[in-house]
Design a protein around this ligand. Structure first.
Ligand code: NDP
Length: 339
């Protein structure tokens, strides 16, 4: 019989794609969401599937946040933890980013340790932010792999929201690996470490999207004379990231691994050049076409060949990922305008 899986943060961009993957494979999914309204909406998005239910975990940072969920689902065998804040809108990094990321992870693991005696596999959505140190991003000789750790300090973490988010993922993932060592846990941990995640929403294309999707959305909203917001880094498609969360517990080769999910590098110009070639109806600024090549040559490289070998499929390419995102955004705007 397909396993019962607990999935935290199921309303999120990545998590909704994970729900889709899990239901397609006939798993039973107990999701955690922050309110009844959000839970009901989630059920509706998945056609009230009898395999999907929800429990309320209003704030993952609260002590004992996951105890009741684990206590009432003793037959669950897999736990996937995605819930964590991903935004830069805070002046209090410790309270709004570091605490929920780290305490949320520890609370999930403590509840599993106490009540989840049948949980065999735990998958945590960490990040490429936990792999790469910010000050090394502009060193083209640096190659980051699954073995690397962000060396961010607490003082750097609380200096601004960008560093705070990167540190929140680093400290939370470290806390997870430390937890299983210190508690001699019965379950096996795998982390998923994605770079910037692009690709379409599962549903609900709102005016403003989740942090990583908003990078693309913001570019589609530009007028010809606007300044293009600068971005650079690695990217991967959400559908590959969702599939990796499932492979993480299905594949024995993924046991105890950090799966570094990255397909390529991009700058804002890479997106702009694609938009102008494929969506000429959007009158966005042109920037300096092709100038991303030089910027990308100055960036640290990412070698995730180990992860790709474990997963064994070809990741979705940039053109498809970004085009699918933009087409979905344009379709949603058209249907709102027609309402
Ligand atoms: P979303 O913002 O779409 O999802 C975040 C989820 O976490 C939401 O369900 C949110 O609930 C929930 N959440 C946040 N804070 C709390 C809290 N204190 N208590 C309970 N639930 C909480 O982001 P993504 O889907 O992009 O991110 C999901 C995970 O993937 C995160 O761990 C993120 O760090 C990681 N990640 C994302 C990347 C990306 O580029 N998107 C890259 C690398 C890692 P609600 O919406 O109700 O607030």
């Amino acid at each position: 019989m397909p396993a019962k899986i607990i999935l935290s943060g199921a309303t999120g961009f990545i998590a909704q794609h994970i729900v889709k993957e899990l239901l397609a494979k006939n798993y039973t999914v107990v999701s955690t969401v922050r309110s009844i309204a959000k839970g009901d909406h989630l059920l509706q998005l998945f056609g009230s599937s009898p395999k999907l239910s929800y429990e309320i975990v209003e704030d993952v940072a609260k002590p004992g946040a996951f105890d009741q969920v684990l206590e009432s689902n003793p037959d669950a065998t897999i736990f996937i933890h995605t819930a964590s804040p991903f935004h830069f809108k805070t002046d209090d990094v410790a309270k709004d980013l570091l605490t929920p990321a780290v305490e949320g992870t520890k609370n999930a693991l403590s509840a599993i340790q106490k009540y989840g005696k049948n949980i065999k596999r735990v998958v945590i959505t960490s990040s490429y932010a936990a792999v790469s140190t910010a000050s090394e991003q502009n060193d083209p000789k640096r190659v980051f792999t699954e073995k690397d750790w962000n060396q961010v300090t607490w003082d750097e973490a609380v200096s601004n929201a960008f560093m705070g988010y990167r540190a929140s993922k680093t400290f939370a993932e470290r806390a997870a690996w430390d937890f299983i060592k210190e508690n001699d846990s019965q379950f096996i941990l795998t982390t998923i470490n994605p770079s910037f995640v692009f690709g379409p929403q599962y549903a609900d294309v709102k005016e403003n999207l989740n942090t990583s999707s908003e990078v693309i959305n913001a570019i589609t909203k530009l007028n010809r004379d606007d300044k293009i917001p600068p971005f650079k880094g690695g990217w991967v498609d959400v559908r590959d990231v969702a599939k990796a969360h499932v492979a993480a517990f299905e594949k024995p080769e993924a046991e105890h691994q950090r799966l570094l999910m990255n397909t390529g590098l991009f700058t804002e110009q890479t997106i702009v050049d694609l938009v102008r070639a494929k969506f000429p109806q959007l009158d966005i600024p042109q920037g300096t076409p092709g100038s991303d090549v030089e910027t990308l040559a100055g960036l640290a490289q990412i070698d995730n060949s180990k992860t790709k070998e474990i997963l064994g499929w070809e990741f979705i390419g940039f053109e498809q990922s970004v085009s699918d995102s933009i087409q979905q955004i344009l379709d949603a705007r058209k249907s709102t305008a027609n309402m």
